[in-house]
Design a protein. Structure first.
Length: 395
């Protein structure tokens, strides 16, 4: 009998700036390719840096994913767009512009539509990714229809009340680090469900003359380490070229917040759904996150292309590196003030390792091989784990 999984979230599944959305797309596509029937019911909210977030342009996002046709229907008074995405049947409800920019209203709309969708599709599991408090409504709907609910927690956020998580059947997080955070801090039985990151079947040998790249920069992700390294490199590594791939934070937004990225050796690329071209012209990836990220998807993506990674020892980064790459401790002050810049002394270990990679052919080749091997192992292990784990709870 085919096992049915329904993913629900007020966040857009098509958002290319949201790492959790990217991971959910890949998880659902993987389960679908392994015989599960996967569906998704989502809103259009994007966790943008503005205080109230924003709604993605659905038509624009469909075009970016090369989805040319969708079907529109009305469910409980809401306009719902249905389309197929990598073997997954997706339904996205849309609100008017003023309502769509408010996450709470998207959460209410999701709870209103969900009973109708469950009645029609009869899933064996509800997998929900959303804020914790509204999770209570999803748990209530699951109980009403006798469908177990699994919550996916993508980030480490303080909880005023963890009670809704104790009402759902399962709780997952993208790393053992994050699972332990919720277990030790709130007594939640949380299991790791690490992101599935496919790697290219064949790659060109990595070269040392490509970019030193940072993807989706923001203050909390360590943008000031990137800019500090680029500034020092002007004199110390004059041939080094640095690249920022914009996400929720663009060049203009970084500058508006006092982060100087207008440097002669720094190039910018707009956000893109497929980072293949970016990784192909990257020699080293920087992942200097100041906050405790749940995982670090771009680490694995880059390593899949044989790109060595320099990362901070924060959150789930070590699990993403999977034994490859290079990790560095951060001074505590940078973990409290995301817009502060590292001193020359604090930056020195990063600069020394970057210099070695960009100037020593043998060291670079060994780091590249280790990166590729680590990514391959992550893909195999995390795929098997996801299929086994979801399979075991939908019996």
């Amino acid at each position: 009998m085919t096992k049915k999984v329904l993913f629900v979230s007020p966040y857009s599944l098509l958002d290319s700036t949201n790492g959790a959305a990217i991971s959910m797309r890949m998880l659902l596509a993987t389960l679908s390719s392994h015989g599960f029937e996967c569906r998704a019911l989502t809103g259009t909210f994007s966790p943008a840096p503005e205080a109230f977030g924003c709604a993605v342009d659905v038509s624009q996002q469909l075009a970016r994913h090369n989805i040319t046709r969708g079907r529109t229907s009305n469910v409980e008074g809401f306009r719902v767009l249905s389309f197929d995405l990598n073997g997954v049947k997706v339904q996205t409800f849309t609100l008017d512009e003023q309502m769509a920019s408010q996450l709470a209203l998207q959460e209410l709309a999701l709870a209103a539509i969900l009973p109708v969708i469950i009645g029609k599709t009869k899933p064996d599991l509800l997998l929900a990714s959303m804020r914790v408090q509204p999770m209570d409504r999803i748990a209530h709907v699951g109980e009403r229809f006798g469908v177990p609910v699994a919550a996916y927690l993508a980030t480490a956020k303080p909880l005023d009340d963890p009670a809704p998580l104790k009402r759902v059947r399962h709780v997952f997080a993208p790393s053992l680090f994050l699972a332990k955070y919720y277990s030790e801090k709130y007594g939640i039985d949380c299991q790791p469900l690490r992101p599935i990151v496919p790697i290219p079947s064949a790659i060109e040998p990595r070269q040392r003359g490509g970019f030193v790249t940072m993807v989706n920069p923001s203050p909390e992700k360590g943008a000031t380490v990137f800019t500090a390294l680029a500034k020092r490199a002007i004199d110390i590594l004059p041939d080094a070229r640095f690249l920022i791939v914009e996400g929720r934070w663009t060049k203009a937004r970084l500058q508006q917040n006092g982060i100087d990225v207008d440097l002669p050796n720094v190039t910018f690329e707009a956000n893109t759904v497929d980072l293949t071209r970016i990784y192909q012209m990257t020699s080293v990836l920087l992942h200097p996150s100041y906050w405790e990220e749940g995982f670090g998807r771009t680490i694995v993506e880059a390593q899949g292309f044989g790109v060595p990674v320099l990362a901070s020892r924060r959150g789930g980064a070590a699990e993403a590196l999977n034994g490859a790459g290079f990790m560095f401790d951060l001074p505590e002050r940078l973990t409290r003030d995301f817009k502060a810049s590292p001193s020359d002394q604090e930056l020195q270990p990063w600069l020394e390792q970057l210099t070695t990679l960009l100037t020593n052919t043998e060291t670079y080749a060994a780091a590249s091989r280790a990166a590729r091997h680590a990514a391959q192992k992550s893909f195999e292990t995390n795929t098997a784990r996801a299929v086994s784990l979801i399979g075991s709870i939908t019996r």
